[in-house]
Each structure stands twice: as C-alpha cells, then as structure tokens.
Design a protein around this ligand. Structure first.
Ligand code: ADP
Ligand code: ADP
Length: 228
C-alpha cells in the first residue's frame, strides 16, 4: 500500500533527514517507527502524507506517486489518510462533534451521513457522552481520542500517527493504544512513530528503526531496542 524507493530528503539548511529509504508497507499492517530524536522519523512520516516532499526517490501510495503529486491533488490523497499528532491539533472554538464533522463538511457530505458517521466514530472512541464538550474541557487522553475519531471519520485506508501518546501519561497512553488496535483490527493500516518502549514491547507489531536517516532495523514483532 505504501512503497518508498531510494527516498532521499535534504532540507534547505543542508540537513539530510532521509538518506536512501526503501520500504514496503502492506494493507492492514501495524508499524511502529522508532529511533533517537533527530533520526528522521517525522520526516519519514511527513513524506507519506505529503507534508514534506523528498529531494529524490519515489513514494507510492497504492497507485499514486505521492512525491510528484500536483498541489491540487493533495486534498484527494489526504482524504484517504488519517493523520494524528502528538499535540492533537483540535479546533478550540468547535466542540467535539463539530471537530469531527468538520472533515466531512469540507467534502460536502450530506447532513444525514455526517450525523451517522460522526456518531459512529464517537462511539468507537468512547466519547458519545462528550460530543458537546469543547477541547479545553477534556483531558489529554480524551482530546487525543477526538483527534483519532476525526482522523478515521472519512474511513481512510491508513492512519499515520506521529507520537500520539507523547503528551499522555502511561495509563492514558494504553487507552489510546486500545483505540488504535481496534481501528487496525477493522483492517486499517497504522503507522505510528513512538518513543514508548513499554507499548512497543507489549503490543508487538512490526518495528522499523530509523537512525541517521536510514532504516537500521525492520522486524515483525520486534522490540523497541533502546533504553528509552
Ligand atoms: P525525528 O522525528 O526522528 O526526531 P526529524 O525527521 O524531525 O527526526 O528530523 C531529522 C533531521 O532533520 C534533524 O536533524 C532535524 O533537525 C532536521 N529537520 C527536521 N525538519 C526540518 C526542517 N523543516 N528544516 C530543516 N531541518 C529539519
Ligand atoms: P485525566 O484523569 O485523564 O487527567 P481529568 O482529571 O483532566 O482527566 O478530567 C477528568 C474528567 O473531567 C474528564 O472526563 C473531563 O472530561 C472532565 N473535565 C476535565 N476538565 C474539565 C473542564 N475544565 N470542564 C469540564 N469538564 C472537565
């Protein structure tokens, strides 16, 4: 579903963040991306949803070449991907329901469909009772669940998460992982950058380690492999 061929990324300041990345990720996989700070994990992930473009190399998503996609085709790509961030990125002036519905309103879904889909994902993440609350009235874990609900409301083929538990305490992090596992169990591919050793070593999945812009390890059911 995602394939990178000889992906090389040099930022304008001369930093090489990807130095020849080759990888293939299949439909329905759950992949952890691990490695030290500054290793190139975020860059790797951002290139997948076209937040960054590689300097050279090829990135395929199904049949689309993401690397050379025209600006006007990006929204179409993003609709097929859900993205989750460490800092949630919810809209503070919209309540939970509206934050999730927003993604559907911009693609002009019918009001009936919007109501149905938003209520479905609210139930999936366990926030039906909090639909009318605003982000600042929620705990961090709840805000992250809203952000996950928003990421999947378009029924994307893949969810890309950059340190989704990075701002959460251990217990809340496990709740978030339960939600991501549930989404993966429905067939959605999950790619998650993380520094959470306990999670990687407990909920075993494919582990891709990046160091100095290259993949140094790629192991099904691998362990975290760093002290912290
Ligand atoms: P990680 O997510 O593993 O911490 P990043 O992909 O964020 O790594 O960063 C890899 C390297 O690229 C680092 O040296 C970082 O400073 C650099 N980098 C990241 N983003 C930019 C940018 N927008 N401009 C210049 N350098 C950047
Ligand atoms: P956690 O134990 O995850 O840190 P909190 O103690 O922040 O959670 O919140 C506990 C509950 O109280 C949550 O369900 C949250 O929705 C609610 N809550 C927290 N802060 C507010 C607030 N400012 N207004 C209304 N409800 C709140």
């Amino acid at each position: 579903m995602i394939k990178m061929k000889n992906v090389y990324k040099k930022y304008a300041n001369g930093v090489v963040a990807s130095n020849g990345i080759n990888i293939e990720i299949g439909r329905g996989e759950f992949v952890y991306v691990v490695g030290p700070s500054g290793a190139g994990k975020s860059t790797f992930i951002k290139m997948m949803y076209r937040e960054e473009t590689p300097t050279s190399g090829e990135i395929l998503f199904s049949d689309i070449n993401i690397a050379t996609l025209k600006q006007k085709q990006i929204p179409q790509l993003r609709r097929r991907m859900g993205v989750v961030f460490q800092d949630f990125k919810l809209l503070p002036m919209l309540n939970v329901y509206e934050n999730i519905a927003f993604a559907l309103e911009v693609i002009e879904e019918s009001p009936t469909n919007i109501r149905k889909k938003v209520n479905e994902v609210l139930a999936l993440v366990g926030l039906t009772q909090k639909a009318r609350m605003f982000p600042n009235e929620l705990s961090g874990g709840e805000q992250q669940r809203v952000s996950i609900a928003r990421s999947i409301v378009n029924q994307p083929e893949i969810v890309i998460a950059d340190e989704p538990t990075g701002n959460l305490d251990p217990e809340t992090s496990w709740e978030i992982m339960d939600v991501l596992e549930k989404i993966n169990a429905r067939g959605t591919t999950i790619i998650m950058a993380t520094h959470n050793k306990e999670i990687v070593n407990t909920m075993r999945h494919r582990v891709v380690a990046i160091e100095g812009g290259i993949i140094t390890r790629d192991e099904i059911g691998g362990d975290y492999g760093y002290e912290r």
